[in-house]
Ligand binder design. Structure first.
Ligand code: ATP
Length: 659
């Protein structure tokens, strides 16, 4: 008996609205958030610590120079006027020079030490995100836009790298420099030191106010950058539709609006930062002015030496840079915090479709599929799409699934390879709940081809052999698997491509026609040598003759393989061993095509609807042949979109089928 599965629901964590900081992130402190970087930084910590030490030593060298200056002014310089102590002066100058050189050397060492580990941290975080994105169920990708994911994996991680390489190191170093410097100022003269220290009060208040305002704008700008990336992605993806419908200007208007909004947010951000930086520059100047008056008065009173006064001002000059930089470093830190939060929002999303703790091994698979009381509801929907589906797909036979558009056929097909998990009931393969086997095992047994055939930027061979079993990728075994899959899928056209099967096809196969892409996607499913083949209307772009030829080849070459085919054409349905009708989320009839025609009025109605659609399709497919043949970009390149429109509507023609 398969173990009981509690009714599961797909993890539903919607992406936050642009600019909205989720409550748990709002309440967390910057330090506690950034601490979550530690596991990623750990492998690189030695070099980062060495780099930070170098930066610290550079600052200490800079702070030592005023001390030497004080000694020179009060010693050799004071004596030199009377005694010509040029040797003392020379030694002092050489010591200053040595500290200056040391400071330069330590800064260079910091850069060298930290560059490699910070890029390593960025790479490992990016890989972790990519792995997690691969692991997350399809439902997650339904909710999140590509641009948001892209901006999180690229620009957010770039911000974090810069913060690790520079921001955090300089923040720590500047904090230490300011502390040591202030102690030195206080030891030089307590009153002067206190005047300088008074400047810390407005600096702290301003820093807190700045943090609050800057953080929300930083979040908004990073989210808006993601939205902009989504706009670019969608426009590029849908370029043919935009051109075909002459909507290029609208797309441009949408893009301009988002780009303008982002620009305005960036300007707001820059304004907030520049106000802070202006204050951080002015405050030390004011305290310095007050200290100068007080210092001169103290010297005049004989309570302070000239050397000490010179050292005081030289020290404040060294401290000026860390104070001014504080604004920039603070903004970097807040940007890094926002970037990390956005990154973690994805990484913390739990994977809803997981492997079982104790997986059942799949051996000697016959390929019988059974859906038992299957229910399914999309994360944010109010009703179930599938509402108690009971269906047996016999091993080694072809079952066609038919139903009106939107009845849930594709959804049902996706439950078999666990692209989604059922929210009720069970999908059983040879009596084993598919949730009790590992996803890797299941997906070597079940192979899928969708109507929307995605191909990758790779060669035809790589695309087709993507899911082939180990050992069938290269060499004679790979060649044989490739040849068989291309043959069955009637994809011989690839041999006419410039480099045959080694031709690199464009992103998502854009340089191929719809029918050609579908045949390669089908070849990919066949090359995986599955026991169960799920075909979600993958032949929709082909003419009836080509489809029939493929079905016949599937029968002979893949005899014994269980096939569940989502069908939109009576011609496909007629070739199936059994037909199942999906209506109102349930299977309402199962039988052969002729049985159902004879016994079910609703089936007859459904078939006549599909028939009308097929005739429309056929009429379109037999329109002037040859409009879509090229594999190069020239056929997409019409500015008025006519060629693109033609390619959308005639992705498969009779002549294509005849090849
Ligand atoms: N990712 C999704 N999130 C929410 N609802 C969805 C999602 N995908 C599909 N749906 C809804 O689920 C229902 C079934 O969709 P499905 O694509 O499975 O139907 P179908 O029978 O395959 O349709 P068609 O014949 O047009 O391809 C539809 O009402 C659809 O709007």
């Amino acid at each position: 008996m398969p173990p009981d599965h509690p009714r599961t629901t797909a993890a539903h964590t919607p992406p936050p609205a642009s600019g909205a900081i989720p409550a748990q992130e709002r309440d967390a402190s910057t330090i506690s958030t950034l601490r979550r970087l530690l596991p990623f930084v750990r492998p690189a910590r030695t070099r980062i610590l060495l780099g930070a030490t170098s930066a610290l030593l550079a600052s200490l060298c800079a702070l030592a120079i005023p001390r030497v200056l004080e000694t020179i002014v009060d010693g050799p310089l004071a004596r030199g006027v009377a005694n010509h102590d040029t040797r003392g002066l020379l030694v002092g100058a050489l010591v200053v020079l040595a500290f200056g050189l040391l400071e330069t050397a330590f800064i260079a060492a910091r850069r060298r030490l930290i560059l490699a580990p910070s890029t390593e941290v960025e790479k490992s975080m990016r890989m972790r995100l990519f792995t997690h994105l691969q692991d997350l169920e399809v439902g997650f990708h339904d909710r999140w836009s590509g641009g948001q994911l892209l901006s999180r994996s690229m620009s957010d991680l770039g911000l974090l790298r810069r913060w690790i390489a520079f921001g955090v190191v300089m923040l720590v170093v500047d904090a230490v420099t300011l502390t040591v410097g202030t102690v030195l100022l206080l030891t030089t003269n307590v009153w002067l030191g206190l005047v300088y220290l008074c400047g810390a009060i407005p600096v702290t208040v301003l820093a807190f106010r700045f943090s609050r305002r800057f953080r929300s704008v930083a979040r908004l700008s990073q989210d808006q950058a993601g939205d902009l990336a989504t706009t670019v992605e969608e426009s590029v993806h849908g370029i043919r539709v935009l051109k075909a419908f002459g909507r290029g200007r609208d797309a441009m208007a949408g893009f301009t609006q988002r780009a303008t909004t982002l620009r305005e947010t960036e300007i707001r951000k820059a304004r907030i930062l520049s106000t802070l930086q202006g204050s951080f520059t002015a405050i030390p100047d004011v305290t310095l002015g007050v200290a100068l008056v007080l210092g001169v008065w103290l010297v005049a009173q004989g309570e302070l030496g000239v050397g000490a006064l010179a050292a005081f001002f030289a020290t404040t000059a060294v401290l000026a840079a860390p104070v001014i930089d504080l604004g920039m470093l603070l903004s970097m830190t807040l940007n890094a915090r926002t970037a990390l939060e956005r990154y973690l929002e994805v990484l913390d999303t739990p994977v809803a479709v997981t492997d079982p703790e104790h997986p059942v091994p799949l051996t000697d698979v016959r390929g019988e599929l059974e859906l038992r009381g299957v229910r399914f509801r999309f994360g944010d929907a109010d009703t179930d799409v599938l509402d108690g589906v009971d269906l047996v797909v016999p091993a080694g036979r072809r079952t066609a699934l038919v139903g009106l558009t939107g009845s849930g056929k594709s959804t049902l097909a996706m439950l078999v390879p666990r692209l989604y998990d059922v929210t009720g009931g069970q999908v059983l393969l040879d009596g084993v709940d598919v949730r009790d086997v590992t996803r890797a095992d299941l997906r070597t047994v079940v192979s899928v081809a969708f109507e929307d055939s995605t191909l990758f930027s790779a060669t035809v061979r790589e695309n087709v052999l993507l899911g082939a079993p180990a050992g069938a990728h290269d060499g004679p075994a790979g060649d044989a698997a490739l040849a068989q899959a291309l043959d069955v899928a009637q994809a011989g056209f690839v041999h006419d491509l410039p480099d045959g099967v080694e031709t690199t096809i464009g992103e998502e196969g854009l340089s191929l026609s719809g029918g050609q892409r579908q045949r390669l996607a089908l070849a990919r499913a066949i090359a995986a040598r599955p026991r169960v083949l799920v075909l979600d209307d993958p032949l929709s772009a082909l003419d009836v003759e080509t489809e029939a030829a493929i079905q016949a080849r599937l029968d002979t070459e893949l005899a014994g393989i269980t096939t569940l085919v989502v069908a939109h054409r009576p011609s496909t349905v007629a070739l199936a061993d059994q037909v199942a009708v999906l209506e109102d989320g349930r299977i309402t009839a199962v039988g052969t095509h002729s049985e159902l025609l004879a016994t079910h009025a609703s089936y007859r109605h459904l078939i006549s609807t599909l028939d009308a659609e097929q005739q429309d399709d056929d009429a379109r497919h037999t329109e002037p042949a040859g409009v879509v043949r090229g594999t190069g970009p020239e056929r997409h390149g019409d500015d008025d979109g006519t060629a693109a429109a033609a390619s959308d509507t005639s992705t498969s023609t009779t002549s294509e089928g005849a090849r």
